[in-house]
Design a protein around this ligand. Structure first.
Ligand SMILES: *Cc1c(COP(=O)(O)O)cnc(C)c1O
Length: 433
């Protein structure tokens, strides 16, 4: 064991020597991860870690999910098309037909598919470009604490100063409006948005699009209400803007339904999906475009790795395994309620003004203080739990277990979190006196 730890330390040292300083998660989670299954990750020195991070939301069905793995390995061993730009392939056709049957048609939805480059950011760029082309306008309305990715167009619509300032150029073409709850519980920010966008004298240019997350993931698990989302959609319609839901992180089941906006009965003009769309951690992003808005000329938004066939195969397998009947959705909501209840109990027991918010299996534990959240996450890592932080000051501990996690593992992770929090609180107190 001592020797194994020595090997891991040497490998981590190699990462420090060889990889750019830009690396980030290898700092938060300093271990060498070699294998994983479901909600357990294994480090090179044999430690088992409970995963409440799920690849930042790219692993909703857990690591190496068996049902999906079978489809992936069969496809790989058959010499089927892996790369073909956006040529027609059986993998792509099967994906679109399966998604049509079990996701769109069963919800009364009808959209065209656009496969963009593999990152969420590239899909956002495509959506913004399309909205500007459709409307002939430039301005994009996005929201305080929104996160949409780190290419220039996407950063321009992202609130976080840390990411904005490193872009090195002026970020233009967007106007930020206050998200639901941003000005406190007494203020309906949708009314404010309506006033400014309907008023020809407000100084805000007529928008090409309103771009919104239904729950802000990176922004701190801020949950928008049904009424607020419906108002924002209505405003978009009234001002002639394309209504875009960024469902990259909260879609693919995270909030308990396939799309995070189903509870509010929204019908977005454009839906952006990525992260857990492939179901296996493989890169795949797409736009769902209302047919009337599909005004692209051939090749206007292109890229080498659009609609990667292996990722389309895993995406199809994920839909077949989890979305053909409503039981999975019900199970996610049930587990999400357990997670929320348990965290609320921990928050009220340990005081300190902690608060808990979330929907489905996306839950944030707001520690209010950055150092407290940081120390708790660090202690949790030492005790065998991978958990990330979010929010403008990284003060929120983000609970993102796989949607497929079993109750025992969920409880195991929650116990580690609670112990780590208590240890941090007592440590913080004794440091103070
Ligand atoms: C992760 C994320 C993105 C960006 O996706 P990348 O693949 O990292 O470019 C955009 N929007 C939301 C809501 C995200 O969570």
């Amino acid at each position: 064991m001592g020797e194994a730890i020595g090997i891991e330390a040497r490998k981590l040292h190699a990462v420090e020597e060889l990889e750019s300083k830009v690396r980030s998660y290898s700092r938060s989670f300093p271990a060498v991860f070699s294998r994983a299954r479901g909600s357990i990750m294994l480090t090179e020195n044999g430690r088992q870690m409970v995963d409440f991070f799920s690849g930042a939301g790219a692993l909703n069905y857990g690591h190496n999910n068996h049902a999906i793995k079978v489809a992936v390995t069969e496809y790989l061993s058959s010499d089927a098309m892996i790369h073909g730009l956006d040529m027609a392939t059986p993998a792509k056709i099967e994906f679109m037909e399966t998604f049509n049957s079990f996701v769109l048609e069963s919800r009364g939805m009808r959209y065209r598919y656009q496969f963009t480059g593999p990152t969420g950011a590239n899909a956002i760029e495509g959506a913004l470009k399309l909205a500007r082309k459709v409307t002939g306008r430039q301005n994009i309305i996005s929201f305080t604490r929104g996160y949409h990715g780190l290419s220039l167009g996407a950063i321009a619509a992202t609130g976080n100063r840390f990411y904005r300032k490193v872009s090195g150029v002026s970020l233009s073409g967007t106007t930020f409006m206050p998200y639901d709850g941003y000005l406190g519980p007494g203020v309906d920010t949708a009314e404010y948005v309506r006033k400014l966008l309907m008023d020809g004298g407000s100084g805000i240019d007529a928008p090409a699009a309103i771009l919104v997350e239904t729950v802000q993931g990176e922004g701190g698990i801020n949950v928008a209400s049904k009424e607020w989302l419906q108002s924002i959609q209505a405003i978009a319609k009234d001002v002639g803007a394309v209504f875009i839901v960024d469902d990259i992180q909260m879609g693919s089941g995270r909030t308990g339904e396939f799309f995070s906006f189903e509870f509010a009965a929204l019908s977005p003009d454009v839906i952006v999906l990525s992260k857990s769309l492939s179901g296996y951690g493989l890169p795949l992003s797409m736009l769902l475009i209302r047919e009337e808005l599909d005004v692209w000329e051939p090749g206007e938004h292109t890229g080498t790795f659009r609609g990667n066939n292996l990722a389309l195969v895993s995406a199809t397998a994920a839909i077949n395994a989890y979305w053909r009947c409503p039981s999975f959705s019900e199970e996610v909501r049930r587990m999400g309620a357990l997670l929320l209840d348990r965290l609320e109990a921990i928050a009220s027991e340990h005081g300190n003004g902690f608060s808990v918010r979330g929907r489905g299996m996306a839950v944030g534990f707001d520690c209010r203080k950055t150092e407290l959240a940081a120390a708790t996450a660090r202690r949790a890592f030492e005790r065998g739990l991978i958990v990330e932080r979010c929010g403008p000051d990284d003060q929120v501990v983000k609970f993102f277990p796989a949607l497929t996690i079993d109750l025992e593992t969920l409880n195991q992770g929650l116990e580690i979190f609670e112990k780590s929090l208590i240890e941090t609180l007592t440590g913080v107190r004794s440091n103070n006196c």
